[in-house]
Design a binder for this molecule. Structure first.
Ligand code: 3HC
Ligand code: NAI
Length: 697
């Protein structure tokens, strides 16, 4: 077995190298290795200075996240950082790639820090539901002051070497490899006669209004604790002697380690990486993907084209008429203007993307040579079939034919071609160049390399891609329909849409379901309701009509200025629309329903029970391969709070027996709507969790 930490001595300088691929996480063996190597170097009279560096792509990416939640193993990281800092010999961290979390804390325990120009440093523990727990809040704040430290720790952002230098986090930037940089820096230290220097001995950071900062971060995080706790860590640095501050930081860290939020966020960390890691795609190579076509340049088509252009893919955009093609180009230019304003692209790139990389067209022959076509025309099966028939006739063999449909049966669309093996659903979310989620919808006959290409496209567009089987609404919209129905039922029974939105945002969603409908356009839901009524409503469905009446009166949400809410130009958010309350009251009266009150707890109990139950059905039916796939869909497409890990992780944390009991109680009033998912019953009977299924997959 290769040693995870090695030492060599060159010219009186001990080079301690960490070699724990892929990112040199600080596992117990690495911590022990560093400690032993430092102690041995101190004892070696031939050694005058010590350099710590990382082999491979990073200095150190932090504590080993896989060890979290398991019993602690010595040496612990805070003690190791303190031990390093106490070394009588000057100690240098030579950094490259990332130095994150415990990695930066090790570097801050060193006496000097040198980094390569492309290095990035940061304390991203908040994204795992934690704060730095090995002196990060105490040492960083002594280097950069309270405010900068709080900003850096509560955002968890990666700081580029140049900024780190100007903030005083590192001492120098050096070209070259970390080994040579470390040696050169240490040689200079020795020739200049410099000795050890400890960050912990710097003056404590100044006091600020701690409570105001804490409360502001708690509000900004919609209930997420860790960014706010960072304030308390820095406060301890300011108010207490260093050793006491370290203890307080550890106490806060340990407290967070025990929270559901920490579990939810670590579940998210691993799940967002696992979604594209499908066993069925092992060893399957994607097809070539050098150019794409988009059909329909409305809201979605323009967004998809923008995302592809920004990823460096040339796009041919087909519309119905030259005027429509010009309008689509205008939408794409509008989107790219945003990227230009934010400094993501230069003026030259903007011109190249809009004038060279984008080709508007009205004739299908323009799509003959593209590798992949994404259709984003009206949500109408007849139109979609016609489009796919034409694509089948014109596209080169092996070209992938994709639909962005939200709800329609992709098997039926595939059947409109002579090559169903090349057809797939690529379901983007609006705005497509912003939203992270991509559902990759796999019909029955799709070839594995077409699925692999869908994932390759998702990666190129920097999306979180999740595989879904074919069903009405796929993973996300099917679950949305169910929890939205639960919300509509509550409205009929006495809750107001505004109370429901408030309860849902209180849970941590950025918006409630009614505000979301206003944003998407109420006409979308209206069309779905009409289609479903025509198909025949499922048993247990309770039809609601007040939303139709709202649409009939021309209230389509934000785009018309009124919907559930009234929107004033220039103001964020809206105020409740009294017309909605009247329509609801009229419908209750017509249906003979006596309204009762719902508090936030009951609203969320029903809302979440509906969401979890539908999610469990989706996993049970194999529409989602694993519970974590559903979790990531809700997180990246529907605003589910990241710190809760997704509906099925949330359900695990509540305890599945409790969720099942809730459903059984609710089923007394509407047995069909609340019928518990067979998978949920099975897991409860077997004493297992959704996470057990993730581990088995
Ligand atoms: N512990 C364990 N595994 C880790 C890890 C860590 N800290 N960081 C990354 N990995 C694993 C990933 O799970 C992934 O594994 P896989 O190949 O089996 O899926 C592999 O390393 C490569 O990671 P990515 O796919 O994410 O590679 P990228 O190049 O895209 O990103 C990275 C690299 C920027 C280091 C990113 O992985 C990252 O942000 N990691 C987390 C960093 C972090 O949060 N550090 C703080 C840890 S908490 C801490 O230090 C507590 C301390 O204060 C006490
Ligand atoms: P839209 O109405 O904004 O745009 C549709 C565009 O397609 C129009 O510009 C129209 O001119 C063009 N078009 C229609 N028929 C055409 C044809 N035969 N050939 C070429 N162009 C044609 O619609 P939107 O919102 O962009 O939706 C498109 C598709 O994306 C639908 O299937 C929809 O369900 C789906 N979708 C919509 C989302 C949304 O939030 N709007 C989210 C995810 C998917």
């Amino acid at each position: 077995m290769t040693e995870v930490v090695t030492t060599e001595v060159i010219d009186g300088i001990a080079l301690i190298t960490i070699n724990n691929p892929p990112v040199n996480a600080l596992s117990q063996a690495v911590r022990q290795g560093i400690q032993d190597a430092v102690i041995a170097s101190e004892a070696d009279d031939a050694v005058q200075a010590i350099v710590i560096l990382g082999q491979g792509r990073a200095f150190i990416a932090g504590a080993d996240i896989k060890e979290f939640g398991k019993p602690l193993m010595e040496p612990n990281l805070p003690d190791l950082c303190t031990r390093i800092e106490a070394s009588p010999k000057p100690l240098v961290a030579s950094m490259h790639g990332v130095s994150l979390g415990g990695g930066l804390e090790i570097a801050l325990g060193c006496h000097y820090r040198v980094a390569t120009p492309d290095a990035r440093v940061g304390l991203p523990e908040v994204h795992l539901g934690l704060i730095p727990g090995a002196g990060g809040t105490q040492r960083l704040s002594r280097l950069v002051g309270s405010e900068v430290a709080i900003e850096a720790i509560s955002s968890g952002r990666h700081i580029k070497a140049s900024e780190a230098l100007s903030l005083g986090i590192i001492d120098d930037i050096a070209q070259g490899d970390p080994r040579e940089n470390g040696l050169a820096f240490a040689r200079k230290l020795l020739s200049d006669g410099k000795s050890r220097r400890a960050v912990s001995e710097l003056p404590a950071p100044k006091a600020i209004d701690w409570d105001a900062s804490y409360n502001a971060l708690l509000k900004k995080g919609r209930g997420q604790l860790s960014p706010a706790y960072a304030v308390r860590g820095v406060q301890a640095a300011s108010e207490r002697p260093f050793a006491e501050g370290i203890k307080e930081e550890r106490r806060l860290f340990t407290e967070l380690m025990q929270t559901d939020q920490r579990q939810g966020m670590i579940h998210t960390f691993f799940s967002e990486r696992a979604v594209s890691n499908l066993p069925e795609l092992k060893g399957v190579s994607p097809r070539a993907l050098d150019s794409i076509g988009v059909i329909g340049g409305g809201t979605m088509g323009a967004g998809i084209a923008t995302a592809a252009l920004l990823a460096g893919l040339p796009v041919t955009l087909l519309e119905m008429s030259p005027e429509a093609a010009e309008a689509a180009k205008g939408r794409i230019e509008g989107n790219l203007q945003g990227a230009l304003k934010r400094g993501k692209i230069s003026q030259d790139q903007f011109t190249t993307l809009t004038e060279t990389a984008l080709t508007p067209a009205t004739d299908y022959s323009a799509l003959a040579q593209v590798d992949l076509v994404i259709e984003a025309v009206f949500e109408d099966m007849r139109v979609k079939k016609e489009v796919f028939g034409k694509l089948d006739a014109i596209c080169k063999p092996g070209a992938i034919l994709a639909s962005n449909t939200s709800y329609l049966d992709v098997n039926e669309i595939a059947a409109a071609t002579s090559r169903p093996q090349d057809v797939i659903g690529l379901h983007f979310f609006s705005p497509a160049h912003v939203m992270k989620l991509l559902e990759i919808v796999v019909p029955d006959q799709t070839a594995p390399d077409v699925v692999a290409t869908g994932f390759a496209l998702g990666k190129a567009l920097k999306k979180i891609s999740v595989r879904s089987g074919v069903c009405d609404g796929f993973i996300g919209n099917r679950i949305l329909s169910t929890y939205r129905a639960a919300a509509d039922h509550m409205v009929l029974d006495g809750a107001s849409p505004f109370d429901i939105d408030t309860a849902v945002t209180g849970f941590g969603f950025p918006m409630g379901p009614f505000a979301v409908s206003d944003l998407a356009g109420l006409d979308i839901g209206w069309a779905v309701r009409k289609r479903k009524r025509a198909e025949g409503l499922p048993k247990g469905a309770r039809d609601t009509e007040y939303a139709d009446k709202l649409c009939e009166a021309g209230h389509f949400g934000q785009k018309t200025g009124t919907g559930y809410y009234i929107y004033e130009k220039g103001k964020r958010g809206g105020t409740p629309n009294p017309a909605v309350t009247e329509l609801i009251a009229a419908e209750r009266q017509e249906k003979g329903l006596t309204p009762r009150s719902f508090d936030a707890a009951e609203i969320m109990r029903r809302y979440m029970a509906a969401m979890v139950n539908e999610a469990a059905k989706i996993v049970g039916e194999g529409i989602a391969r694993r519970p974590l796939d559903v979790d990531m869909v809700l997180l990246f497409g529907y605003g589910f709070p990241r710190y809760r890990g997704g509906p099925l992780k949330w359900a695990d944390l509540q305890g599945l027996p409790k969720i099942l009991q809730d459903l059984e109680d609710l089923a007394q009033e509407n047995p069909h709507f609340w019928e518990p998912a067979p998978l949920l019953k099975q897991l409860v009977a077997e004493g297992r969790s959704f996470d057990d299924l993730n581990k088995e997959a």
